[in-house]
Design a protein around this ligand. Structure first.
Ligand code: NI
Length: 277
């Protein structure tokens, strides 16, 4: 074995992480693979705008811990967002290589929930093996704990985000198609109509398109696919991951707006809600 196997470049490492993330995500969310193929069938090349992750804000597994491997391989923190109603904090990270997607990580502010919710989260975190957390592949390690459906069900009544995290753990919550790199659609509405005509359901919370050209960012997303999820007390169908589409507009400086819009992201989070179906 060559010793060079032990010194992968940052680019190789990131390529490997994103390939594993896409593989895991597209198994959990076959509609992403199907949409990918549909777009390629039109001659499009799909480029990712961003990949999004979720976590709880415990210092052992919080946003900063998830960001660690990305930062180690060249990602830089760019901006912070607060979601008061959903009790979340989020940051996004960017790499100097424009071909690499932005990384958007949010965390649930668990101290803003009841002691019962905090105890559930602590019980989950205590099951994690420290080696998983320290690995460069922590962001694609999946669900590192056992959880009962009843716990998921109770959590989902309080916070859909908390419940999704309990059920799915560490993996991409969504990938996002960079609309600006598509050639055969004039606007996001055309893309949305194309997706609906092909049988995909879109998240219509706050309208199918979140954001406006004036805000320099428009986003839409599918509703998360329903998948069989294994719980300690049986298998149940629950919403998994969704596919997002983002169109960016130039700001006054002439550069494409690189950030996110909290009010839009707030509605996009609801793509994994059970009540959205
Ligand atoms: Ni997103």
């Amino acid at each position: 074995m060559s010793r060079y196997n032990f010194c992968m470049t940052s680019a190789q490492k990131l390529t490997e992480i994103f390939a594993l993330l896409w593989k895991d995500y597209s198994i959990l969310n076959p509609q992403a693979q199907a949409i990918h193929k549909l777009l390629e069938g039109r001659g499009e090349t799909v480029i990712n705008d961003h990949v999004a992750f979720r976590t709880y804000n415990d210092p052992r597994i919080g946003l900063e811990v998830l960001a660690k491997a990305f930062k180690k391989y060249g990602y830089v923190e760019k901006d912070t967002y607060h979601f008061e109603e959903k009790k979340l904090l989020a940051k996004y990270y960017q790499h100097e290589d424009p071909k690499l997607p932005k990384v958007f990580i949010s965390e649930l502010l668990t101290e803003k929930f009841s002691s019962d919710v905090q105890k559930v989260v602590q019980d989950l975190i205590q099951q994690i093996d420290i080696k998983t957390i320290e690995s460069d592949f922590f962001s694609v390690s999946g669900r590192p704990w056992k959880v009962d459906y009843i716990v998921y069900d109770q959590l989902s009544a309080i916070s859909e985000y908390a419940a999704w995290m309990a059920a799915f753990g560490f993996r991409a919550n969504h990938f996002t198609v960079n609309f600006n790199q598509l050639k055969s659609f004039n606007n996001l509405t055309e893309l949305n109509e194309f997706l609906k005509a092909n049988g995909f359901k879109l998240n219509s919370s706050g309208g199918e398109i979140k954001g406006t050209p004036a805000e320099c960012l428009e986003q839409s997303s599918t509703l998360a696919a329903q998948v069989d999820c294994e719980f300690s007390d049986g298998t149940h169908k629950i919403p998994s991951c969704y596919y997002e589409f983002a169109r960016r507009y130039a700001t006054k400086t002439g550069e494409l707006y690189p950030g996110f819009i909290a009010a839009s992201a707030d509605k996009i989070f609801e793509s994994t809600d059970r009540k959205a179906r």
